[in-house]
Design a protein around this ligand. Structure first.
Ligand code: CAA
Length: 422
């Protein structure tokens, strides 16, 4: 796609549910006062809430939806529920009979649902519903790690550790720290920012949990290393991990005609001015100190949008682990290799910094219901651009934004660029 394309694409708005799981005050778990008295929301309930809120927020009539796409990774395993396109159609009577499709690309499922919607608008549709959902707390984190390991090359990589993904990113943390001399404190600052931002976000999984640098930068009783792998264990603590969260996100992607049909103008929306989608082989591991697939996706997105990294004023990047945020900052061109930590250390990526990143808390603080994450990122950029981020609103609404959503260990990546159409 390019800006020269005759059909412009807009995000008219959207909504996220609360992302909840262990550590969230409303999440019912063994020692919770409500244990045995009420259940946590189901996958159907999370999805219905996000979709209903997206329609309410945008004022779009569900009858006007041409198509819908839903990102979900492993509903069959966590919830015994597949066929989620039909679940999306079931969210409102006005959606019955519409063309609905589930999209799966591991943790990039939501991002690729968004890509599908952009393509659908380019192809002539006017109003497309995009949703993402995952409910992961139906089993323990250890059992869930086996499900999430399906995003790796399971036959080759599952045995690295019972917590496969934390181990794969422990491996990256080790390689990155050793190559660039990045300290544990540098990595810890990413977690401190994530939790501080989440503390300002009423929808965040970690809205009530504090994180200080002393805790984040050294393993201890409150923040243990938990891998069995002897080489990688020291490089991943609890605070370095994204959360095992339940939640859903939804947004409406529209053409200019779709805007008019909703009684809106470009000033009510944000425009998608480019995207890049790159995929690497599941069977090979590249340089552990860089995210090459993310870099390739970002370069495609910048080229079609006619934007350069220094133009970007707000970003949502896929911090599945703390080191991933640093690697992402480098891969999308905000910092040279090995220099991502300096941006965090200097406060550049804080809410009041020159380039705020993951203002709602990111995957570490806001949470990571994996199929929802790519859609949540787009909703978060829309909220910042339209001044709807409440206590975590940037001092002035940004003009250009970026999202980077990653599946697996940098295997599938969707990078999207947005312009504040106001
Ligand atoms: N010392 C050693 N081990 C300890 C410990 C301590 N003090 N405290 C806890 N542990 C171990 C325990 O063995 C425990 O396992 P059991 O439940 O079997 O006993 C394990 O750590 C988990 O502990 P908790 O149950 O107390 O913690 P939790 O449920 O809050 O989980 C977490 C914490 C393991 C970090 C979990 O949040 C997690 O797995 N996060 C990562 C999720 C993930 O990998 N998501 C995918 C990201 S990758 C991506 O985005 C791309 C893609 O496509 C997949």
């Amino acid at each position: 796609m390019s800006t020269a394309h005759p059909r412009r694409v807009f995000v008219l708005g959207g909504a996220n549910t609360a992302f909840i799981g262990k550590g969230h005050p409303d999440f019912v778990w063994k020692n919770h006062a409500d244990f045995g008295k009420r259940e946590n929301p189901t996958i159907e309930e999370h999805l219905a809430t996000a979709v209903a809120d997206a329609f309410t927020t945008t004022g779009v009539d569900p009858e006007r939806v041409d198509k819908g796409y839903i990102g979900n990774f492993v509903g069959e395993l966590f919830c015994q529920q597949g066929h989620l396109g039909a679940a999306l159609a079931g969210c409102h009577p006005g959606l019955a009979g519409k063309a609905m499709t589930r999209v799966e690309a591991a943790c990039a499922s939501g991002g690729l649902a968004l890509a599908s919607a952009i393509d659908a608008i380019r192809a002539g549709n006017d109003t497309v519903l995009v949703a993402g959902v995952e409910v992961q707390t139906t089993v323990s984190a250890r059992e869930g790690a086996d499900y999430l390991a399906r995003a790796s090359h399971y036959r080759r990589q599952r045995s690295i550790d019972e917590f496969t993904f934390p181990a794969l990113f422990g491996r990256r943390t080790k390689a990155y720290r050793e190559r660039y001399g990045v300290t544990e404190e540098d990595i810890g600052r990413v977690a401190v920012k994530a939790y501080a931002n989440a503390n300002k976000n009423p929808l965040a999984h970690m809205k009530a949990r504090k994180m200080d640098l002393a805790t984040a930068a050294a393993a201890g009783d409150r923040n243990p290393c938990f891998l069995q792998h002897p080489e990688y264990a020291p490089f991943i603590k609890m605070s370095d991990c994204s959360q095992v969260s339940d939640g859903a996100s939804a947004c409406l992607v529209v053409s200019e005609a779709g805007l008019r049909a909703a009684g809106k103008t470009p000033a009510d929306a944000i425009e998608i001015v480019g995207y890049g989608h790159s995929t690497a082989s599941l069977y090979e591991d590249g340089d552990l100190t860089q995210l090459w697939t993310t870099k390739a996706a970002a370069e495609k997105a910048y080229a079609v949008a006619g934007i350069v990294p220094k133009d970007v004023q707000v970003a949502e990047v896929h911090d599945c682990f703390t080191v991933t945020e640093l690697l992402m900052l480098e891969a999308v061109g905000f910092a040279d290799p090995g220099q991502g930590a300096a941006l965090v250390r200097d406060g550049v990526t804080n809410i009041d910094g020159a380039l705020p990143v993951n203002t709602g808390g990111g995957l570490v603080g806001f949470g990571h219901p994996v199929g929802a994450t790519g859609v949540k990122q787009a909703v978060e950029i829309w909220k910042q651009m339209k001044g709807r981020s409440g206590a975590y609103q940037m001092p002035s609404a940004p003009g250009i934004g970026l999202t980077a959503n990653m599946g697996g260990d940098d295997r599938t990546v969707m990078v999207t660029l947005y312009r504040n159409a106001g």
